[in-house]
Design a protein around this ligand. Structure first.
Ligand SMILES: *Cc1c(COP(=O)(O)O)cnc(C)c1O
Length: 537
């Protein structure tokens, strides 16, 4: 039994709970959704705080010639319950009313969503669109999540033992807690020391530029400072105010999301003083959501694993045909690659040497399915999608781009492909949970040693590594080297094993499932959080 004196209050901008509930954009949200589901399964006393988005994250369609068309439609919330509770936060100089909704589906781990869309409110737009809008809009959203979240928990009479900020978007909650302590008579330093004991923080971004920051002037103009002075804000978040730095300094403990990501995080923030001690809790995925339950048996045999896999492969091929008209071959190797379309993920790496890849595609010995959205404002990401669509035109029978990547498509792909490919530049992938989904369904990872993969990869036994641990500084050099290794592993190991040694392939599938289904489950993850971050065990 866990000792329960209050709840863990988990804060996140997005939640990926179901494909239809479009309040997530990608990995961060799906991780938060899996965290919530695992908290329910493992009976962890947790409440989650998020925003009730009016418009869902972008739906993305692609024309025949590769032009990306963004659509936004209102989110439908079938099971949302009005708590009847209203609170307010101050944005700029204005009092902004917020409604509090509750999603009860997750039992002991309910999700509360804050909503600014109230008739007559001049700030009804704040919760309009996830990751949309200007920087000021973003700060306004972070005020609602952070300050609003703290107030909502108090209005709901939910005692909190630990606040967990999942990524930097929520750190203004820490500022709100300092303000409240100061209003009770503490000075700034005492208030800060006191609230630090109650906060933990998870960082996800291994790229320095990806860590959001705001000028202190903007935070003050928006009212996010809660009356703290310029110097006090700078002490917490630096100048400009970096949300990750603030998270590291407002928390008693912070974590990275894979062992390698911890090393990267430590290097990246080495120069930051007064930060929390950093540990690693590698992400996990929610088994009941992502894994075929038949593969959860103690003893796995080749026939059963193959039967389950072939079923999923057929389902995927049927869906590909339904959506795109393309008929892929059931017997040929099927490689999946679904990632946000952004340069460092290198969706195109496999095409870099036509002399090697083109004949494999022409003969249909290799078939490729791509999917992934670009951020609506990211023109480079959109040009990556266009390049993939042009490849589909060049190889209409063996290359497919599936538009509008979401949880449903993610589940189909990570069950139905033969191989799951991941080749980002290093070390830029924090974790890469789609590889875990694939691995526990017996879809073999072929991946760069980044994110979670170096922790478990046994080359040629439970999947394959692309290259080694060496990372050249120079990115062009890295691309060249990695493309070479990718072709080497494909032509010398993956394809020959698939075509000529089915027994070895099946044995590898079983090993992949056995090595990951427990170790990379969200249950293991939430238990790690309970023990190492929440002090619950
Ligand atoms: C699992 C999942 C992700 C996160 O996986 P990565 O490996 O980090 O890309 C993103 N989007 C969808 C739809 C997913 O199912």
């Amino acid at each position: 039994m866990m000792k329960e004196t209050g709840k863990i209050a988990y804060f996140c901008m997005e939640y990926g709970l179901a494909s239809s509930l479009k309040i997530y954009s990608g990995g961060l949200g799906i991780l938060a959704g899996d965290h919530l589901k695992a908290a329910k399964d493992e009976q962890v006393p947790l409440v989650a705080i998020g925003l009730k988005w009016k418009m869902g994250y972008v739906e993305q369609h692609v024309t025949d010639d590769g032009k990306v068309v963004d659509c936004f439609s209102p989110v439908e919330y079938p099971e949302l319950h009005d708590t009847g509770i209203s609170i307010h936060v101050n944005i700029r100089e204005d009092r902004v009313p917020l409604k509090v909704w509750k999603l009860e589906e997750y039992g002991n781990a309910p999700l509360y969503l804050l909503d600014a869309d109230i008739e007559g409110s001049p700030y009804h737009w704040v919760t309009r669109q996830l990751y949309g809008g200007t920087e000021e809009e973003r700060v306004a959203q972070e005020i609602v999540l952070g300050l609003g979240g703290v107030k909502a928990l108090q209005a709901l009479n939910i005692p909190v033992t630990t606040y967990h900020f999942n990524e930097g978007h929520a750190v203004l909650a820490g500022i709100a807690l300092i303000r409240q302590e100061m209003d009770q008579g503490s000075d700034f330093n005492r208030a800060w020391a006191k609230i630090r004991k109650k906060i933990v923080f998870t960082t996800h971004t291994p790229i320095a530029a990806g860590n959001e920051s705001h000028t202190i002037e903007r935070l003050r103009y928006m009212g996010a400072h809660q009356g703290l002075t310029i110097e006090q804000l700078a002490e917490i978040g630096g100048v400009p105010f970096n949300m990750t730095v603030a998270g590291l300094r407002l928390s008693r403990k912070a974590n990275a999301v894979a062992a390698l990501h911890l090393e990267t995080t430590k290097k990246m923030w080495k120069h930051i003083n007064k930060k929390a001690s950093l540990i690693n809790i590698t992400n996990g995925v929610h088994g009941p959501t992502w894994m075929d339950s038949r593969l959860n048996k103690d003893k796995l045999d080749i026939e059963m694993v193959q039967k389950v896999h072939q079923e999923h492969k057929s389902d995927l091929l049927a869906e590909v045909e339904k959506r795109t008209g393309v008929q892929l071959h059931k017997e040929s190797l099927l490689i999946g690659f679904a990632r946000r379309a952004t340069p460092y993920k290198r969706s195109n790496l496999i095409f870099s040497n036509p002399a090697i890849i083109d004949p494999l595609l022409k003969s249909k010995r290799v078939q490729l399915i791509f999917s992934g959205k670009a951020h609506p404002m990211d023109e480079r990401g959109k040009s990556i999608i266009k390049a993939l669509v042009l490849k589909q035109k060049e190889f209409p029978e063996s290359v497919v781009f599936m538009e509008d990547y979401d949880m449903e498509l993610g589940a189909l792909l990570t069950k139905g492909c033969d191989v799951w490919l991941n080749n980002p530049q290093r070390p830029k992938e924090a974790c890469g949970t789609s590889g875990m989904k694939a691995a526990m369904n017996g879809v073999l990872n072929v991946s760069i040693l980044d994110g979670w993969w170096p922790e478990i990869c046994q080359h040629g036994i439970n999947g394959w590594a692309i290259g080694d641990e060496m990372v050249p500084e120079d990115e062009t050099e890295q691309d060249k080297r990695d493309a070479g290794y990718l072709y080497q592993v494909l032509t010398e190991e993956v394809i020959p094993t698939f075509e000529k040694d089915k027994a070895k392939w099946s044995t590898m599938m079983i090993k992949s499932i056995e090595d990951t289904r427990g170790a990379y489950s969200a249950s293991r993850m939430i238990n790690d959080y309970c023990e190492k971050m929440y002090d619950l065990k």
